[in-house]
Design a protein around this ligand. Sequence first.
Ligand SMILES: Nc1ncnc2c1ncn2[C@@H]1O[C@H](COP(=O)(O)OP(=O)(O)O)[C@@H](O)[C@H]1O
Ligand SMILES: [Mg+2]
Length: 461
Amino acid sequence: MMLLFVMGIVPALVAETVVVQSYESRALSQREIRVRNQCDILIDQLLKKDYLAHPDDEVINGEFDMLAGIYGGRILIINSESRVIKDTFNLDTGKYSLSREVIDCLRGKETSLYNEENQYLEMTMRIRRREAESSSLEGVLLISVSTSEIAASKVILEQRGSTILLVILLLVLVLGFWWSGMVVQPLQKISEEIEGISEGFQDEEISVPDYLETELITDSFNRMMTRVRAIDDSRDEFVSNVSHELKTPLASMKVLADALNMNPDAPVEQYREFMTDISEEIDRENSIITDLLSLVKMDRRAADLNIEEVRINDLLDRIIRRLRPIGDRQNVELILDSFRPVTAEIDSTKLTLAFSNIIENAIKYNKPEGGWVRVSLNADRKYFYVTIADSGIGIPEDSVDHVFERFYRVDKSHSREIGGTGLGLAITKSAILMHRGAIRVSSKLGEGTTFSIRIPLAYVA
Ligand SMILES: Nc1ncnc2c1ncn2[C@@H]1O[C@H](COP(=O)(O)OP(=O)(O)O)[C@@H](O)[C@H]1O
Ligand SMILES: [Mg+2]
């Protein structure tokens, strides 16, 4: 509003000043030219009649009076001895005029002087014979003309300017209010509606279709809200999944403990069996909580990564050596194919967890006898590639897309006896995405599964 005001007023003010001033200087210079022309004619005449020697020439004096009358001014003729020989006011005739302008003019420099305060223009002109070779200076004509009507016009012009300025000011004010109404109002509506949503009164979309711009703003706000709601929903789902998963072992323990309590005469063998089961359920609860904690850690920002130069060959070798006893127990052979030495900038703790999860799965979901797991490592100039292939039970086609989801297990009952929380691959995927990598899975039911991972060699924050 203030800006609009300044933008309207300042140019108008400048324009007014410029117009008034240029009028004044133009009017003055026109007046000067006209007066000089007429004086030139007069000087010609008085030289012809040798007026300086005969200052009582009726005709010339008449012309002086007329010219002075027309311009409301005064004419003085001063001879080369600085003596005034004619004054249309008859005040200084016979006296010596030693004013600065007259002296300057006698020396050859014609002057013109504008006195703004007293509203007159004073000019000096040389009286000399042009045809003569030496063009000797015979005297000075000093004329002062009134400029009061120029000043009057200037005042009128200034007054008009002020009126126009006032009109502009009013227009700017009115336009400003109108504009703020048109522009600010829809924005206010938007902010009110958003406030409504954030205070929980309003749950739908907002809509302020007053302008294309406001529509764009509300549209993108609505899109953002849809995403926020989706995140909200998935969080709710996650919480209910977690509660369910945590309650399952508790429920089993409760059943086992109740059964023992109801039967005080139960044999020691039954006690032992049930207690072993309870212990297993506690382990399960424990592993779910451990996995949940890892998952939460992975969900944090990439800033939490502990990046260092790591030899990936060694990292995979360590994982396989640690998992080999488990593989041996299930008669699954673990093979590592390193095609070249690879060093990369990674968080070794997080990637160890990620690779371990996949290799553990490959062992777990393998054939009962004589299965294998083949881990291979390769690299190009930008990425390193790890593939983990197994000869296991495979994943059904309609489940392949879901294995990375939290708590997803292909066969709940089957997986249960093998053990697992359904969080392993979700953790793996988060860890790989944090490294700006990618993971893919391909599988054929009954034949085996291959996980392919690609991770940049250099970490970019
Ligand atoms: N190598 C594999 N072969 C067959 N199925 C697999 C393999 N890896 C994962 N799966 C399936 O994906 C599910 C999710 O895996 P994961 O997130 O690690 O959970 P879990 O704790 O059950 O291992 C598993 O329950 C299993 O059904
Ligand atoms: Mg697993």
